[in-house]
Design a protein around this ligand. Structure first.
Ligand code: ADP
Ligand code: MG
Length: 832
């Protein structure tokens, strides 16, 4: 019994970490009686050994060769010779799927003897030559590091010269020699003729492909650990290139672009699988098989249904048909677009496949942000069509509506994107070496390939926009032009693409907020809301935004006085009036402006919670217009929350006056930023009591500091409302300026290099937990003072879950973060 390998049909318990996703799926399908070509898996342990020690484990070669003997017995075929030669595929497969990022070598095991036997056994010399050519190309590229693989068209010429009556030996010699010359010229060595050497070379090459630039980039991007390693699947070959009753394809149990139910996929007859994935030939929709090979299609549909129901998920299935026999080569959970993820999750609840809780786990806050992205203004699209600006229509492979500068070179795309430009990468076809360009581009367009080609799969994994199979496009990457009929577009020209409809337009199209969503988001959010039972308020600045927030299901709104003034374009003017003469503060103008602004806001939402955070003289924008140094010299008291009582009074009066003008059920409130002391809270309330005898106005604390949080109970005793500002609190605990928590860098790189155990943007730090408990306890002790948490920018799911588990049920978020936040809280509630 080996220590590094297992056969697909070995009994025993194995996990995905050890077998990789591909190996695990093949073992599972074999055990479930599905038709899988036999084979074995070399575990990730061997890869980790290879990566750590710089070489294969000593016993591995022997073990693999033992497995080979077992495979020969199992298939009745022989490796390296006839009468029935065994050919192998040597395939990569990591524990976490990295589609198309690592290497696979097909048709391994072709020496002279095996090749001649293959021709004899199939009676098809052309087939043998085809397989031999393919093997050479893949082996030289992936094992020997070749850059200049022989061209198919050239090969076809060489083969044509041979004539139809040449015997297998002559064909073999001629093709091998021709391929060998090219490979030697390219890499300085030849593909080994000895089949066992080919096999071991291929296994090692797969391990090596773990660390190719593209694989590393992909792992960085998806936060996949670099030390997992890949497994290697060694599997007997089946042939889709044996004629019209053979072929290879990819099927999804549902549409991974839109989420619609029904088999979706592509099939290319007379091909080996890499033809479909590489996108060099454009395959046909899988439904065509219903006509060309109905029995196989029926079997495929049944297998797909079964795989979906055993996994309770939408699956992505690679298959090959050899002489009308269906073979399964891979199964994995389908990568899907955000739109599809939401649709599928909602459908699964309807179909009784998932409970609402399970459905929520299948979607992420990020999915929601994606479908909420702005799209093209519909009238501009119609106009563009009328103006003849629709260049061509391909296959929409990853939705999104984006404009950008036409760019042909992936590295140039990267460069332009770094310079802040939006680019659309246009290629005849993409390959894994284009990954950096696809990451940088706002969208990708290819002339060939279907919706399961490399470009499509990668774009969906990246959440980027993609149109494939634009067969009308003649892409000249050398000249940096693309031609459609008479029209020629050059590098740098603006184009616009729609990854849903597959349309490609010339020129730029402007974007607008998304129209009424076509997704099933609403249903999912209803499940989330009913399980979490939370109040999520939206931070807005204008009445118009307030109305939108309520339409989107916000429980109420919150505003900051400085933000409201800035949005109304009055910030600079009002702050100037504040600096009255003789060291005195003049609040008259502020008060009258606020009455107006508050009245409009309250009128927009007369019956929900409306919270107002008092003017914060430390707010960046305000500090700037106030000319903070000057202002603080004149009014040093401004540095403290209640240092200028007149300022607070003006705001209380303005809010109370505005509240009196609307007749709704709302009780607006004013919270003052950065209160840290119970005495401040008491003073604030006394000020309100003096001014607003009706008591209709509520006042409270907006806590940003550890001291405020630790004294929350005492502060709550004198308050009627308390908000905790999470970002500033976290930043304070780390001693980092709060604004750094809103930006990608420098924190991203810093956390990535291992210098911070917690990313304060993504997680709540341990050091903050006691502060959260203190605030939660304050609310329990003083129920008259609700305690909520303010989350700025993108709501991180782990942050929401931590807060939920600490007992928080009130949140305020940016307008666009309402739905993502509700989802995150719903997930947290179901997980409890
Ligand atoms: P990737 O991880 O990039 O999808 P795979 O290892 O799945 O790479 O191989 C790519 C394609 O090669 C498969 O989709 C399949 O069509 C073909 N292939 C792999 N193994 C075999 C096999 N045993 N017989 C026939 N074709 C195979
Ligand atoms: Mg595959």
């Amino acid at each position: 019994d080996g220590t590094y390998t297992i056969a697909f049909d070995d009994p025993g318990e194995y996990d995905r970490d050890m077998l990789g996703g591909k190996g695990f799926g093949l073992v599972e399908m074999t055990r479930n009686g599905l038709r899988v070509p036999p084979g074995c898996v070399v575990s990730t342990h061997a890869c980790r050994h290879y990566l750590n020690e710089g070489g294969l484990p000593a016993s591995l070669a022997e073990e693999v060769l033992e497995r080979l003997a077992q495979l020969e017995r199992r298939t009745g075929k022989t490796f390296g010779t006839g009468p029935e030669p065994l050919l192998l595929s040597v395939r990569s497969g990591a524990p976490i799927s990295m589609p198309g990022m690592m290497d696979t070598i097909l048709n391994v095991g072709l020496g002279r003897s095996a090749a001649i036997a293959l021709a004899d056994a199939t009676g098809d010399t052309r087939f043998m030559a085809d397989v031999l050519f393919r093997f050479h190309c893949m082996y030289s590229e992936t094992v020997l590091g070749g850059l200049d693989v022989p061209e198919r068209a050239e090969f076809d010429e060489v083969f044509a010269e041979l004539g139809t009556d040449s015997d297998a030996g002559t064909v073999y010699d001629k093709v091998w020699q021709w391929c060998q010359d090219r490979v030697v010229e390219d890499v300085g060595e030849a593909v080994p003729e000895e089949p066992r050497q080919q096999l071991l070379g291929a296994v090692e090459a797969v391990f090596r492909s773990w660390n190719t630039r593209r694989a590393v980039t992909y792992r960085d991007l998806h936060a996949i650990p670099h030390d997992l390693g890949t497994a290697v699947v060694v599997q007997s070959m089946v042939f889709g290139n044996l004629g019209a009753d053979s072929g290879s394809g990819v099927a999804f149990t549902r549409n991974p672009v839109t989420g619609e139910p029904g088999l979706y996929g592509e099939f290319l007859s007379g091909s080996q699988g890499e033809d479909v994935v590489a996108g060099v030939r454009t395959p046909l929709p899988v439904q065509q098989m219903a006509e060309t090979m109905p029995a196989v299609y029926e079997e495929l549909a049944a297998v797909c249904a079964r795989l979906e129901s055993t996994h309770n998920d939408v699956m992505d299935i690679e298959f090959t048909v050899e002489h009308s026999h269906l073979y399964l080569l891979q199964v994995r959970a389908a990568k899907r677009t955000a739109q599809a993820a939401l649709r599928i999750a909602a459908d699964f609840v309807d179909e009784g496949i998932h409970s609402p809780g399970q459905a929520l786990q299948a979607v992420t806050a990020e999915h929601i942000r994606h479908v909420q992205r702005p799209g093209f203004a519909p009238d501009e699209v119609a106009q563009a069509r009328d103006d003849g600006r629709l260049l061509t229509t391909g296959v929409g492979a990853a939705p999104g509506q984006v404009s950008g500068r036409l760019t042909f070179d992936p590295s140039l795309a990267e460069e332009r994107a770094k310079g802040g430009e939006r680019v659309i990468l246009v290629r005849h076809v993409t390959s894994p070496t284009d990954l950096h360009g696809m990451i940088a581009a706002a969208g990708t367009v290819t002339a060939t390939g279907g919706s399961t080609s490399h470009a499509a799969v990668v774009a969906r994994a990246l959440g980027s926009t993609c149109v494939v199979g634009c067969s009308a496009l003649e892409v000249d990457e050398q000249a940096s032009t693309v031609r459609v009929g008479e029209r020629v577009l050059r590098d740098g020209e603006p184009v616009s693409i729609d990854g849903g409809t597959g349309e490609v337009f010339t020129g730029e199209l402007s974007t607008t907020e998304p129209a009424e969503e076509h997704t099933r988001l609403g249903e999912l959010l209803t499940h989330a809301h009913s399980s979490a039972d939370v109040d999520v308020l939206a931070k807005v600045t204008t009445p118009e935004q307030a109305r939108r927030a309520l339409a989107k299901g916000a429980s109420g709104i919150v505003v900051g006085v400085d933000d409201v003034l800035a949005a109304a374009g009055l910030l600079a003017e009002v702050s100037k009036t504040l600096r009255g003469g003789g060291g005195r503060l003049d609040t008259a103008r502020l008060e009258s402006v606020l009455v107006e602004q508050f009245s409009a806001l309250l009128a927009a939402c007369p019956d929900v919670e409306v919270g107002v955070r008092a003017l914060d003289v430390h707010a960046d924008e305000l500090a700037e217009v106030l000319d903070s140094t000057q202002a603080f010299v004149e009014h040093p008291q401004l540095a403290l929350p209640l240092g200028e009582p007149e300022l607070i009074k003006a705001q209380i009066r303005a809010l109370a006056t505005a509240a009196a003008t609307v007749d709704g059920s709302t009780t607006p409130y004013l919270v003052v930023r950065n209160l840290t002391d119970p005495a401040e809270a008491a003073a604030l309330r006394a000020t309100r009591d003096e001014l607003d005898e009706s008591d209709r106005l509520v006042v409270g604390a907006y806590v940003t500091s550890p001291r405020g949080a630790l004294l929350a109970s005492e502060i709550s005793a004198h308050s009627e409302m308390l908000w905790l500002e999470m970002r500033v609190m976290q930043a304070t605990m780390f001693g980092i300026a709060p604004r750094h928590l809103l930006a990608r860098e420098p924190l991203e790189g810093y956390v990535h290099s291992g210098l911070l155990g917690t990313d304060p943007r993504q997680q709540i730090d341990e050091s903050v937990a006691p502060l959260l408990d203190s605030v939660a306890e304050a609310h329990a002790n003083h129920p008259q003072c609700p305690a909520g948490v303010r989350l700025s920018a993108a709501v991180s799911e782990p942050v929401a879950a931590t807060l939920y588990s600490h007992g928080f049920r009130r949140f305020s978020v940016d307008l666009d973060e309402l739905a993502p936040c509700v989802l995150a809280l719903g997930k947290a509630a179901f997980a409890e």
